[in-house]
Design a protein around this ligand. Structure first.
Ligand code: ZN
Ligand code: ZN
Length: 134
C-alpha cells in the first residue's frame, strides 16, 4: 500500500522548497476538481493568506509545471487552467459551460514513432458538449 506523504514532504521530494504558500497552493489544487486559473487560485487563497501576491501564484504554478507535478490545461481563448498530474487522467472540455471534466484513463505508452524523442509531456484532451449542454 502506498503511503501518502504530507504535502510538504512530497514537494521536497520533487525538489521544491516547501514554503507555506507553496504548500497551500498545492493543497488547494489537490482539493479542487475545477481546474482553476491562476487568478481564481489567487482570489480564493488571498483572504486566508493576505501576504500572498499574484506573482507568487504565477511563480509557484510555473515551478510546479517545471517539476512536473502540475500541468496547464489549455483551453482556447481563456487563461491557462491548472491541474495536478497525478493520478494520470484525460480531460473533456465542454465548449459551452467551460467545465473541464476529469476522465480516468490508463497511462498510454509512448508511441513507436517517438522512440528517439524525449517526451516531456502528454495530455489526452477531448472537447465538445457535456450531457447538460448537448
Ligand atoms: Zn457543458
Ligand atoms: Zn484534470
Amino acid at each position: 500500500m502506498e503511503i501518502i506523504a504530507p504535502s510538504n514532504t512530497y514537494l521536497r521530494q520533487k525538489g521544491i522548497k516547501a514554503s507555506l504558500q507553496r504548500v497551500l497552493i498545492y493543497e488547494y489544487l489537490q482539493k479542487t476538481t475545477a481546474h482553476p486559473s491562476a487568478s481564481k487560485i489567487f482570489s480564493d487563497l488571498h483572504p486566508t493568506i493576505p501576504s500572498l501576491s499574484r506573482a507568487t501564484v504565477y511563480n509557484t504554478l510555473n515551478l510546479f509545471v517545471e517539476k512536473k507535478i502540475a500541468l496547464p490545461v489549455q483551453v482556447e481563448g481563456s487563461e491557462a487552467r491548472y491541474d495536478l498530474c497525478d493520478p494520470h487522467h484525460a480531460h473533456f472540455h465542454c465548449v459551452s459551460c467551460q467545465t473541464i471534466f476529469d476522465i480516468p484513463i490508463q497511462e498510454i505508452a509512448v508511441p513507436e514513432p517517438l522512440r528517439n524523442f524525449e517526451v516531456q509531456e502528454s495530455q489526452v484532451h477531448y472537447k465538445g458538449l457535456c450531457p447538460q449542454c448537448r
